[in-house]
Design a protein around this ligand. Sequence first.
Ligand code: ADP
Ligand code: MG
Length: 261
Amino acid sequence: MSLLELNNISFAYSKVNGFNLSEINLKIEDGNFVSIIGPNGSGKSTLLKLISNYLQPESGYIKLNGKNYKKFGRREFAREVAFVSQNSFSIFPFSVYEIVMMGRNPYLGFSGFENKSDRKKVLDALEKVGILHLKNKGINEISGGEAQRAFIARALVQEPKLILLDEPNAHLDIKHQIAVFGILKNLQINEDVTVITVSHDLNLAASYSDKVILLKSGNLLMFDSTENIFTKENIKDVFEVESEITKSNVSNEISIKILPS
Ligand code: ADP
Ligand code: MG
């Protein structure tokens, strides 16, 4: 049985016209690292929001471990699936520590108070993403990249089975991009967490993913291995640019060079 199953999912923001995702079928295996790629407006965030249960499909169903999303309670779902959205922000001046502690909510007992183990998990996650020194700062008083890492830490303390991220690298410098993907890879390998991330960076997607979802205009064109996805033809078809694909004969790693037009 797959960890995640999307069966004939359709979704539109407006009934009248415009964008829609149609008849998406997808099965993602437990413990995989999956990237979603496609041009702006192709529906990457929409697909991720459906998988995160933030949006609900018009037709079709989604199952996690064989259980329909509609049968999950809110807390129960939050113990299984964590979502780091594209522009996470807080309108309230919570501290970084408080934001991350919110990830423990689905585990807190009837009293609603955190215990020593919750506090340790929060501090460990802050350490992991490299912002322990910022724990007492207001979430609105740190840089976009630092806040992004705080929201990733919040997802980590949720101890999810499935972690969803929408362009987690958008505000990060190169060092922290690698660090975040390293953390995700580590979760996948050592804790059997399934990772689904939207990525703008084709090379990062190629190096870290087991499989890649290719979207264009709301259609799922392909769901396949990095090797089958990253071809000159596919890049041209979807992104409308010329590219050069090379494969290292040492590591088997694929790299994509976009050629100037
Ligand atoms: P991507 O993440 O691939 O850039 P999105 O999933 O965000 O694409 O958006 C897909 C399409 O849906 C775009 O045309 C966008 O304008 C439209 N869209 C996104 N969010 C909304 C919304 N809340 N209401 C109406 N249209 C939306
Ligand atoms: Mg998006």
